[in-house]
Design a protein around this ligand. Structure first.
Ligand SMILES: NC(=O)c1ccc[n+]([C@@H]2O[C@H](COP(=O)([O-])OP(=O)(O)OC[C@H]3O[C@@H](n4cnc5c(N)ncnc54)[C@H](O)[C@@H]3O)[C@@H](O)[C@H]2O)c1
Length: 271
């Protein structure tokens, strides 16, 4: 069976157009995924805590499609993920694609861990993501179709003592992906995750600056180069190529593929 999202933009009609929600789309990977989905003919809703970034992404989307829903807010507030899904359904009558991309992380040595950092990290990366999967999953169950893609990290399977709240939260993403995939499989709804390698986004830049500081390294560029050399393909990921793989999971991957984790890390993550 061919998922109708595989249609080319010129073939998309009101009956076949996919309705998508991308979280954390004020910049970085989320913005690029939103733009690529719009280029493939999807109606796209975006959400982020960064109001200016949301406006910028929405303006870029409007150049590609008239159909944009922009939602500004903190996704960790109780009820926010459910409200975002409800907005999409109210606007377009359903939801076909959810990309859980919003993420937060802070460098903090394990023995200096703070309640604040752990709570904030888990509230977004785990709890809000699970609530968004639940809310979209309920609508997709009724529709008997839909696709959810959760953004995880190679870190979810690493021991990183300066970044444990984040890596633990991404291990949570992997766990939620497997559970949601099984819960929604009887309804033909697919749930997969994607682990990006190092992309030079805002989040990655500030994380690596803090990581260098925690490691007592003043030679930032040398530190970054060493990290890049550890990637088997020998370079960092382009945001656009990682987004292409997310869009593939949203629109083109085979209907038998669910509960899968796709590594887009240049060989860093090998299973
Ligand atoms: N950049 C990398 O190298 C890399 C590697 C592995 C995984 N990832 C994951 O990719 C995803 C996208 O990250 P990115 O690199 O594009 O960084 P980014 O900082 O551009 O994107 C994260 C977005 O989440 C938003 N956000 C943060 N807290 C929020 C909240 N409480 N409510 C709503 N939105 C909130 C931010 O405003 C930001 O726009 C994240 O899940 C990240 O963990 C990134």
């Amino acid at each position: 069976m061919l998922w109708e999202g595989a249609l080319l933009p010129a073939e998309v009609t009101n009956n076949t157009r996919r309705r998508a929600l991308v979280t954390g789309a004020a910049g970085g990977l989320g913005r690029e995924v939103a733009l690529q989905l719009a280029a493939r003919g999807c109606a796209v809703a975006i959400t982020d805590i960064n109001a200016q970034g949301v406006q910028e992404t929405a303006a870029l989307l409007r150049e590609r499609t008239g159909d944009v829903e922009a939602i500004v807010g903190d996704f960790t507030i109780e009820g926010a993920p459910e409200a975002a899904v409800e907005k999409v359904v109210a606007r377009w009558g359903g939801i076909d694609i959810l990309v859980n991309n919003a993420g937060y992380g802070v460098i903090e040595p394990f023995l200096d861990a703070t309640f604040k950092a752990w709570t904030r990290t888990l509230a977004l990366n785990v709890t809000a993501l699970a609530m968004a999967c639940k809310a979209a999953g309920r609508v997709m169950r009724e529709q008997r179709s839909g696709r959810i893609v959760n953004i995880t990290s190679p870190g979810s399977r690493m021991a990183l003592p300066d970044y444990t709240a984040y890596t633990a939260s991404k291990a949570g993403v992997d766990s939620i992906t497997r559970a949601a995939a099984v819960a929604l499989a009887p309804y033909g709804v697919l749930v997969n995750s994607l682990a990006p390698g190092m992309m030079d986004t805002e989040m990655q830049r500030s994380t690596e600056i803090d990581l260098a500081r925690a490691a007592g390294r003043n030679d930032l560029q040398a530190f970054l180069d060493e990290r890049t050399r550890r990637i088997p393909l020998g370079r960092r990921a382009e945001i656009s190529e990682v987004a292409e793989a997310v869009v593939w999971l949203c629109l083109d991957s085979p209907a038998y593929m669910t509960a899968e984790r796709l590594n887009m890390s240049g060989g860093l993550d090998k299973d």
